[in-house]
Design a protein around this ligand. Structure first.
Ligand code: ADP
Ligand code: MG
Length: 482
């Protein structure tokens, strides 16, 4: 056992979600990602003196929606504060945020780590605005600033220090991305920075109950880097403690090229920001009716659908997991199941055929012209044995995609794909196969029973997949054994 096994890692996250509003948090500037630098700016996002912020209603609605989905208490009277600091990407010299009285309090998210379920408690969620972006790699002599992002609305989700491994953090961030996409409050795109987190990491001897000093690794927008950074930090802190040294509370930067963290700045004490109530924005007062209305418009949530797919549709966990990954897929599965009870056949069809097809064609499920009802009929054809699943997937599926107006049954007839359990049809083929393969027949009769697979294969090939397997198998056995 190594010394590292005597310790446990404690992690708490500050997750930033960039909201998918059309305009910024406190003015009408466009928020579209990837525009030319400094084209989405106005006097408000540039912080000109005398300008006033005006709250974006959508930001509040999205915050409440996320808060409800995460079992938070919605704070009916929440307020904005100014967080003062000087930096080149912050033209106003302060960030509008919520400190004393944020919009969502408490809450939790249940995650699945392997077979285990674990509940991560949330401390609160608050609304704030993003800063601009400094660009250091274009001009060799100067840093450039792009203020398009300045004032873009964010939600910050602050968790309790409930994580014990990088894996748990990974699962949580994936669940969070899935959730914000289900709720349509953010595109959840980590590469574009729409979802990122600060990881607070400390270590303590196993069995200890009090928390030790932590370090905060800023702005992780790749889970691979976050895992590396947490691992590095764990080792660094344990090494210090083993030497009898103290871990200083620090804000760290992670360098992916070296896989190491380095101090960005000494952690400012909260009062260094000189938080004070934002005088230009009134308190946000939310009525019961307003909150109830948002509650009544909530889409189904991934965890709920996952449980439902297992309980109601009797699907294996694996299927439920894949079907609920994206809301669109889950809802499409439900739409097909309105028209059939062959849920497992529908699940197979969605997972093995429809999803891969959409990925290949780079389209979304809603772009498919085939109706959910037709896909239900498609699944029924397979389940009833009228068309073998391999023939259905290989031939009927593309035919249906090209002629979405036709019924799968009619198409199967047209293409001559209906499996036959017609005695005469089967008998003719079976006889042919047995005549052609006297050696195999001999061997079968002497006891090599697994040759049945060979005969089945031959009949299938000969019938172009149309021989219905059960009847074929019975007929073969009758002929070989009878
Ligand atoms: P601030 O960063 O403003 O000082 P907090 O002290 O409330 O705010 O903590 C911020 C984050 O740090 C939270 O996600 C919390 O879970 C996490 N955290 C607090 N203490 C520890 C600790 N000892 N080890 C790991 N994470 C911690
Ligand atoms: Mg912090």
């Amino acid at each position: 056992m190594s010394i590292y096994d005597n310790y446990e890692t404690i992690i708490g996250l500050e997750v930033h979600v960039q909201l998918a509003t059309k305009s910024k948090a406190f003015c009408a500037d466009d928020t579209t990602f990837g525009a030319d630098p400094n084209t989405h700016i106005s006097v408000v996002s540039l912080g000109h003196p005398g300008t006033l912020p005006k709250l974006n209603k959508k930001q509040v609605e999205f915050a409440v929606r996320l808060g409800l989905a995460l079992n938070c208490e919605i704070n009916p009277r929440n307020t904005f504060d100014r967080k003062n600091y000087f930096y080149a990407d912050l033209p106003k010299g302060y960030q509008i945020t919520q400190d004393a009285s944020p919009i969502c309090l408490g809450g939790n998210l249940e995650i699945k780590v392997g077979e285990e379920k674990k509940t991560i408690r949330l401390h609160h969620i608050h609304m704030e605005e993003d800063a601009g972006k400094l660009i250091h790699d274009i001009d060799p002599d100067h840093s450039l600033v792009d203020l398009n992002r300045a004032g873009v609305p964010l939600l910050e989700i602050v968790t309790e220090p409930d994580f014990r491994s990088a894996e748990e953090v990974d699962v949580f961030m994936n669940a969070m991305r899935q959730l914000v996409r289900y709720l349509e409050v953010s595109d959840g795109n980590m590469e574009e920075g729409s979802l990122r987190c600060d990881c607070n990491v400390s270590v303590r001897k196993k069995g200890d109950t009090q928390l030790n000093e932590r370090c905060e690794i800023k702005n992780m927008n790749s889970m691979r880097y976050a895992r590396q950074a947490i691992k590095f930090e764990k080792k660094r802190q344990i090494d210090l403690m083993e030497k009898g040294e103290r871990v200083a509370q620090n804000t760290l930067n992670f360098d992916p090229t070296t896989g190491t963290t380095s101090p960005l700045r000494q952690k400012e004490d909260a009062h260094d920001y000189r938080y004070f109530p934002e005088p230009d924005l009134p308190p946000v007062v939310l009525s019961k009716e307003y909150i109830e209305k948002i509650k009544s418009e909530m889409p189904p949530l991934p965890n709920e659908l996952f449980e439902r797919f297992i309980a109601e549709f009797k699907l294996p966990k694996y299927d439920a997991e894949l079907l609920t990954e994206e809301k669109e897929t889950a809802l499409y599965f439900l739409a097909i199941c309105e028209a059939t009870k062959n849920y497992k056949a529908v699940s197979n069809l969605v997972i093995n055929k429809i999803k891969p097809f959409c990925n290949e064609e780079k389209i979304s499920i809603s772009d498919i012209k085939v109706s959910p009802k037709a896909f239900a009929a498609f699944a029924d054809l397979i389940e009833s044995g009228k068309v073998s699943s391999s023939i259905a997937y290989q031939r009927l599926f593309p035919a249906l995609i090209s002629s979405p107006e036709k019924s799968p049954e009619a198409l199967a007839q047209e293409l001559n794909l209906i499996q036959s359990n017609d005695e005469d049809f089967l008998e003719k083929i079976v006889n042919e196969i047995l005549e052609k393969n006297p050696k195999e027949v001999e061997a079968y009769k002497k006891g090599k029973k697994n040759l049945i697979g060979f005969f089945m294969g031959q009949v299938m090939k000969n019938s172009k997949g149309k021989a219905e397997p059960k009847s074929t198998n019975a007929l073969l056995r009758k002929k070989l054994e009878g």
